[in-house]
Ligand binder design. Sequence first.
Ligand code: PTJ
Length: 249
Amino acid sequence: MSELDIPESHPRYESLLTRHRIEEGVEKGITSKQGLIAEGRGEAFDYLLGEQTIPSADEAERVAAAHLLLADHPVLSVNGNVAALVPGETVELAEVTGSAIEVNLFNRTDERMRAIVDHLEAHGADDVKGLSADARIPGLDHERAKVDRDGIYEADVVLVPLEDGDRAEALAEMGKTEIVIDLNPLSRSVQTAAVPIVDNIIRAVPNITAHVRELADSSDGELQEIIDAFDAEEAQTAAENRIRSGRLD
Ligand code: PTJ
C-alpha cells in the first residue's frame, strides 16, 4: 500500500496519486487554487498520451540531463504544483546535477513562498532561493519576473516546469537555455523551449535524474554531441502527433 491507501497496481494509481498530492498541496498552502485547474488540464493531456513517457520525451529527458551536467550555473524553478507533486525528486535532481532550487510563483504571496521553501527544506533542500527577489527578468510585468540575482537571473540553464506563459520566452531572450516540462505540447513554454519535455512531471523528473546517473561519466564532448543531435521541434511535433492520433498504445 502507498500514501494513498490504494495498491500501486491500480490502473489509475498515478493519476490518483497526482490528485492526492495537489489536494494536499492546497490544504498546506503550497499550491494555489488555480493549481487544481492546471492539474486537471495536465491530466487530460496525460490520458491522451497513454499516461506514459513516450520515446520523444525520454530522449528530451536525456538531453535535459546532458544540459544540466554541462551547465555552469543550473537552476530548477519550482512553483506551487511542482512543490506539491515532486518535492523530494526535485531535491534529488538538484543534488546530482549541482543545481540550485528557486521558488518562483505566478500567484506570489509571502506566505506561499515561505510555505514552499519550508516544504522543500523538509524534503532535504538547503539554501532554497527565491525569497530575496533582488532582480527582475526584463520584459515581464507580473510576479514571475521577480528572481534572485544569484539564482535564475545569473543561471545559464533553467528548468521551467508547469507554466504556460511568457517567462520562457523572456528567459530565452536573456540568453538562457530552457528546459520545459509541460504535458500540453501547444503551450507557449513548450513552443519556445530549447528542450521541450512533454511528459508528466511525476515521471519526468525521476527519469532526468536516472539519465544524469547514466551520463555521469561522459566527457563534455559526449554530452555536447547528445545536445547537438536533438531537434526541439521534432520532439514537440512527436508529442502533438501522439495526442492527435488518439492511439493509446
Ligand atoms: O504556483 P503558481 O502561483 O506559480 O501557479 C502555478 C500554476 C500551475 C497554477 C500556473 O503556473 C498556471 O496557471 O499554469 P497554467 O497556465 O495552467 O499552465 C500549467 C501547465 O502545466 C499546463 O499546460 C498543464 O497542461 C501543465 N501540467 C499540469 N499538470 C502537469 C502539467 N505538466 C506536466 N506534469 C503535470 N503533472
